[in-house]
Design a protein around this ligand. Structure first.
Ligand SMILES: *Cc1c(COP(=O)(O)O)cnc(C)c1O
Length: 382
């Protein structure tokens, strides 16, 4: 059994076209620092997400960091963020010595609850401590309720940054994710729906702001022959070689999304038959990209907990992963403010991410499901 090839959660899936773009970068010696692939990747990406300007950077985290600077977040500011997300959504708040304020999820999407945002803004307005920015995260490939979040934010003119790292290719109310907020960020980390081995993108509706962000990402060098710096800069630009990988990956994005959706549909059809197995909620306001297939387990009904299932899959060399411990429960953020109940906490306790890589075969999917069915059969027999 353990001799089976390891099945990873969400490994890179190259189309085969990326290497030609990389070779082209080498042959023309556009290996560094910038070059034509970078411009093309930005142009094609912006068109794909229907945001007019895009700046390619070294990671999704770098994109978020620059987005926070673009809206003027500085030391001591409060910044609202979803609690139920990967730590990279909130870390850049701390890079600027600002204070994260975490909000719980709603039950329909597991993303930031707009009602909690309403309460938080009303109260912080009264106490004269309105936040400087809001980071709305689209977790697991499904968008947050961006119109609802923006209408709350607009009442106090607070900018909303969309962390769409996991949601490229998903939509919100018939628009691609990234087209609803003035600033949105994406990741091309190895486990994301497309990858450049490492990289990110910041999209903007404001050309001057996009140019400024690009300037910051290359050390804020003032034009001219002298090394003149008036502003703090960062070394955050994506390389032209990796942009070549991105161009190749972007060409197959639609196929990748279609396959992720098929994988989710397969799990739903087959595992949905088992008692105690559910799936992450799907809100009616958008079309998720189904980046990761997440099941929820009612341990009493199913006969085993999500950790039991994870360990059983591991014995057959199959990787699965628990969802994130909500950020307001992390030791790192123990001092931060939190508003909400236990929606994120209970999603964390019951959720399990199953292998969702787009190179998976029907045999692979069958292998995962058989193992989970076997856990249920053995528990219900005792
Ligand atoms: C992956 C991820 C990031 C960070 O992207 P990197 O490219 O790994 O820096 C940020 N937010 C969320 C929600 C992510 O999943």
């Amino acid at each position: 059994m353990t001799s089976s090839a390891r099945l990873y959660l969400s490994p890179p899936h190259m189309s085969g076209r990326e290497q030609a773009y990389v070779t082209e970068a080498f042959e023309t010696n556009w290996v560094a620092p910038v070059g034509p692939h970078l411009e093309r990747f930005e142009r094609e990406f912006a068109a794909k997400v229907q945001a007019p300007y895009a700046v390619a950077v070294a990671s999704g985290t770098a994109a978020l960091h620059l987005a926070l600077r673009a809206v003027g977040v500085s030391a001591g500011d409060r910044v609202i963020c979803s609690s139920f997300t990967f730590c990279a959504s909130a870390n850049p708040i701390c890079y600027e010595h600002a204070q994260p304020v975490f909000l719980d999820s709603d039950r329909i999407s597991w993303n930031m609850d707009p009602n909690l945002l309403h309460d938080e803004l009303a109260e912080s307005n009264q106490r004269n401590r309105l936040p400087k920015a809001i980071i709305a995260v689209d977790i697991l490939g499904q968008s947050a309720d961006l119109d609802a979040i923006r209408s709350e934010a607009d009442r106090f003119e607070i900018p909303v940054i969309e962390d769409a790292a996991e949601a490229l290719g998903a939509s919100y109310r018939d628009k691609p994710v990234g087209a609803s907020c003035p600033l949105s960020t994406f990741s091309f980390n190895g486990n994301k729906i497309i990858t450049t081995s490492g990289g990110g993108m910041l999209c903007s509706f404001d050309q001057a702001l996009a140019d400024k962000i690009r300037f910051w990402s290359t050390q804020s060098k003032e034009p001219g022959p002298i090394y003149l710096h008036k502003e703090l800069g960062f070394n955050y630009r994506l390389s032209n070689v990796l942009a070549g990988v991105g161009i190749g990956q972007l060409e197959v994005l639609d196929e990748r999304v279609a396959k992720r959706r098929q994988i989710m549909a397969y799990y739903k059809e087959r595992l949905g038959q088992l008692p105690g197995i559910g799936f992450m909620p799907r809100a009616s306001f958008g079309q998720p990209n189904d980046w990761l297939s997440v099941i929820t387990i009612d341990a009493a009904q199913f006969g085993a907990s999500c950790d039991d299932i994870r360990l059983a899959l591991e014995t057959d060399n199959i990787e699965s992963r628990r969802l994130w411990l909500p950020l307001h429960m992390q030791p790192l953020f123990a001092e931060c403010e939190y508003r909400g109940g236990k929606v994120a906490e209970s999603a964390f306790e019951t959720g399990l991410c199953l292998p969702s890589g787009t190179a998976m075969t029907d045999h692979d999917l069958d292998r995962v499901c058989q193992r989970i069915e076997a856990v249920h059969a053995s528990r219900s027999a005792t």
